[in-house]
Write a protein that binds this ligand. Structure first.
Ligand code: SF4
Length: 205
């Protein structure tokens, strides 16, 4: 029997965070009182992103793809299963596309790959060694470390594959931002807490 575990939350987007990618004018043309109400309606599939005439088509398409993604909890039987810390190319990334850092927990890496692929994103996803802990647990256990970001970057020769010097770290790892910046000398941008919002985050950037 597969038991749903309680430790590795998948952090589905809430209406406020999802709504922060809407125009924010609260014009009401969509038939709702404001953008956050519209975000709630979209997330609960009572409306569709394309009902907002102010929303650019590419953003609306990504939002529509996010809404239908499977957001089931991660099954306990893969807890702490690890992946190799190899740079993963999502879509057809060019050297200008974003570098996203994550943990080396199989469940997280699989979810991030699925989110990015289903939204037609192009990016580099770099797992770092966290002993198989998910990002939230790794941060809590002090296993999400700048030195492991640096090591993964070195081992994957990231500097020669990417033209920019910018790392996007998970919102849950914000506390490590300065340490990663000091060690790598790269700009460190804190991404969203919910991995489901990463495609919108990189589109906006
Ligand atoms: S139409 Fe768009 S911008 Fe206007 S309130 Fe609705 S979601 Fe917000």
């Amino acid at each position: 029997m597969v038991v749903e575990q309680e430790m590795a939350g998948i952090y589905p987007p809430d209406a406020e965070d999802f709504g922060s990618y809407l125009p924010g004018t609260d014009c009401g043309v969509c038939g709702l009182g404001n953008c956050v109400e519209f975000a709630e309606a979209v997330l609960s599939k009572k409306s569709a992103p394309h009902a907002c005439p102010e929303l650019p088509a590419d953003v609306a398409n990504v939002m529509a793809a996010i809404v239908v993604l499977d957001k089931s909890p991660i099954p306990y039987n893969i807890m702490m299963e690890q992946v190799d810390c190899r740079l993963i190319e999502i879509g057809r990334p060019t050297a200008d596309d974003p570098l996203l850092v994550t943990c080396n927990f199989l469940g997280t890496v699989q979810i991030m790959q699925r989110i990015l692929e289903k939204t037609d994103s192009h990016a580099f996803l770099l797992p770092i060694f966290t002993h198989g802990y998910s990002v939230d647990n790794a941060v809590h256990e002090r296993m999400f470390k700048a030195i492991d970001v640096w090591k993964s970057m070195q081992e994957n020769d990231v500097a020669n594959k990417i033209d920019h010097q910018r790392i996007i770290i998970p919102g849950l790892a914000e506390s490590q931002k300065n340490a990663i910046r000091q060690l790598t000398r790269w700009e460190v941008v804190v991404g969203p807490v919910s991995g489901f919002l990463v495609p919108l985050f990189i589109l906006k950037k």
